[in-house]
Design a protein around this ligand. Structure first.
Ligand SMILES: NC(=O)c1ccc[n+]([C@@H]2O[C@H](COP(=O)([O-])OP(=O)(O)OC[C@H]3O[C@@H](n4cnc5c(N)ncnc54)[C@H](O)[C@@H]3O)[C@@H](O)[C@H]2O)c1
Length: 437
């Protein structure tokens, strides 16, 4: 929304949320989300074309186009628990629009939703229409956290799905006109609404599948003496495969991949294709395997015990350049190590201590983790260093200094294949990466 406000000077964008603290943060000097370049954009438009408020009713009444961007987590109860998307927030949103709107609206699904959700939203809106006309469009968001601003500035494509009726096509055109302010026409794709909804889940499933595929090979590399980075490079030069998203790691995280694939798995089952459900579920299973396999390898390498040993964890965010920790591999790995009674010292440049403790289910006073102000504090007197997020600053650390204040043998496990292992071994580390036999 900030990018729309930034690029489309004739429009006013009002972001509303039921969460007062979040809106206050968006109106403050310290934004609640860290994304390179976002601060400048928000602060440049705020109070001019971009507003943050909790006055949801007024925002609905005044808007021509309403983007529903609420959370759609994995359902934790009832039918489809653990797989289906929980649509209660989206339904509440639709009911609110139906209750408050006084004239015709274009309602845009910006949240990631199961295919055919637009039908339910349309029914909710129409059964309360009181003569107003609603058009429901699907406009899934393809940005990646960490590079969100660049992705939005220069999207590979914008996808807009809508009814193929005169009113539906007119609504699609209205939204196309918004993006056309900065996105080239050939990058704005329009489809029917179901294709658009399904494309988002499919895109995330394909992206995650590439990571699980290379991670599956990484385990084989470790057993055979091959090097997964070399394999990835070799296959990535094949133009049919391409080089992107072939980086082996401790496993993918983030708020979207797992929940969207689980949702796809549920839909495959629901629509009578259990074979497709099993196929896509394998992507999740491989990711779980990779996270736990890493923690098991740490323990087995360190003489089968990490009990009472200090383990330094560098990086807690699910990827670099974000403070988002949802589904971060670091959470699973830290939990496995805490189960083994390790003392875990964590440093992340952007993730606050309270967030780490919440993610790990630990109280403020629990001493099983220590959250450190920098990598040197975390590694002092440690038995091992784990790199769990690929923050650039970790490549610039003085590893000689780190080695010299660690317990010996000093183990280093690079879960992101970020560092030069040979150089680390020369310093004296017992260093290992992912998929390097
Ligand atoms: N985070 C991403 O990178 C990303 C990328 C693409 C798509 N998406 C999709 O976008 C959606 C939102 O993701 P997110 O990461 O921003 O989630 P989030 O949980 O960070 O934010 C959702 C916000 O919606 C608010 N909300 C809930 N119900 C509301 C209501 N009835 N009225 C007003 N506000 C309400 C919540 O208070 C919360 O602040 C999800 O469907 C997600 O799959 C996210």
């Amino acid at each position: 929304m900030a990018m729309i406000a930034h690029k489309c000077k004739g429009h006013t964008v009002t972001v509303v949320d039921i969460n007062q603290a979040r809106i206050d943060a968006w109106n403050s000097e310290e934004l609640p989300i860290f994304e390179p370049g976002l601060d400048e954009i928000v602060k440049g438009c705020r109070g001019k074309t971009l507003f943050f408020s909790t006055d949801i009713d007024t925002a609905i009444r005044e808007a021509d186009i309403i983007f529903m961007s609420v959370n759609t987590p994995t359902k934790t109860y009832g039918v489809g628990a653990g797989r289906a998307a929980d649509l209660r927030y989206i339904e509440k949103c639709a009911r609110k629009i139906a209750e408050v709107a006084e004239d015709d609206k274009i309602v845009v699904e910006k949240s990631t939703l199961p295919v055919r959700t637009a039908e339910s939203i349309k029914r909710i809106l129409e059964s309360n229409s009181k003569g107003r006309k609603f058009q429901v469009l699907s406009n899934p968001e393809f940005l990646a956290e960490g590079t969100a601003v660049a992705d939005l500035e220069n999207p590979d494509r914008v996808l807009i799905g809508g009814d193929q009726t005169p009113d539906g096509l007119a609504a699609i055109q209205k939204l196309v006109d918004v993006y056309a302010e900065w996105v080239p026409a050939e990058n704005i794709l329009t489809t029917n609404v179901w294709s658009s909804e399904l494309s988002k889940l499919t895109a995330n499933a394909f992206l995650a599948q590439r990571i699980s595929s290379i991670n599956a090979i990484s385990a084989l590399c470790e057993a055979t003496g091959a090097n997964v980075d070399e394999v990835a490079h070799a296959i990535g030069t094949d133009s049919r495969i391409g080089p992107k998203f072939l980086k082996s790691s401790v496993g993918f995280g983030g708020s979207c991949f797992q929940k969207d694939i689980l949702n796809l798995v549920y839909l495959c089952d629901h629509f009578g294709v259990p074979e497709a459900a099993t196929y896509w579920n394998g992507v999740i299973e491989m990711n779980d395997f990779q996270k736990h396999r890493f923690a098991r390898r740490v323990v087995s390498t360190m003489f089968n015990t990490v009990s009472d040993k200090k383990i330094a964890v560098l990086g807690f965010a699910f990827k670099k350049d974000t403070n988002d920790t949802r589904e971060s591999a670091a959470i699973y790995i830290c939990k496995d190590l805490l189960d083994e009674q390790a003392n875990v010292a964590i440093y992340d440049p952007k993730v606050p201590e309270a967030q780490m403790r919440r993610d790990l289910g630990l109280s403020e006073s629990d001493t099983s983790i220590t959250v450190c102000a920098d990598a040197y504090e975390a590694t002092k007197d440690a038995h091992a260093v784990l790199i769990l997020t690929e923050w650039d600053e970790f490549t610039a650390l003085d590893f000689k200094k780190i080695h010299d204040h660690m317990n010996l043998p000093a183990f280093l496990f690079d879960g992101r294949n970020l560092l030069d292992l040979d150089a680390l071994r020369k310093i004296g580390f017992e260093a290992s990466g992912i998929g390097r036999g």
